[in-house]
Design a protein around this ligand. Structure first.
Ligand SMILES: [Ca+2]
Length: 162
């Protein structure tokens, strides 16, 4: 599904974004995951690579509990509605009406889109952002991947099983 061209662009990004410092980062922990929140606005691809460069993945949100914990943590940044309240997730459009968590390829089992979303305006909204619409309302929106937002990196601690 993802062309070589897109992959090449991603590789090019690696050299262009290494000068971006991870300002205003803060670690957050929930259940089996650790997160780092960055409010510095970047594009989705930049966020994806920056997380990878730090040994993490762009965040995937797989339960209501995880959504609530993140919403609580992210509510400490800026005021609802301002630029410090939009964060990239790993959610990416895969096909016309479905999304996957790009980091592990899994479809969205849990989702928390705002009313009327995802609306894929102009057929150009392929990435999922996490938005604090108000102090108590945090929802997802599909938006153009070239827009800039903060981002949340994540490490899931996988339990080893015999
Ligand atoms: Ca949208």
């Amino acid at each position: 599904m993802y062309s070589t061209k897109a992959f090449d662009s991603l590789l090019l990004l690696i050299s262009s974004i290494k000068y971006i410092s991870a300002l205003a980062t803060m670690p957050v922990a929930f259940s089996d995951s650790n997160y780092v929140v960055t409010t510095l606005p970047v594009t989705w691809s930049e966020a994806y690579v920056l997380c990878q460069q730090n040994g993490m993945n762009l965040v995937s949100i797989k339960s209501a509990e995880e959504q609530d914990a993140l919403a609580k943590a992210l509510s400490f940044y800026g005021s609802p509605g301002d630029s410090h309240n939009r964060y990239w997730t790993a959610g990416k459009r895969f096909g016309r009406n479905s999304f996957v968590w790009f980091t592990d390829g899994e479809p969205l089992v849990y989702s928390n889109f705002a009313h009327g979303e995802p609306n894929n305006i102009k057929g150009a909204e392929a990435c999922i952002e996490f938005v604090n619409y108000s102090k108590k309302t945090s929802k997802w929106n599909d938006i153009a991947c070239s827009k800039k937002a903060g981002y949340v990196c994540q490490v899931r601690n996988v339990l080893c099983q015999k």
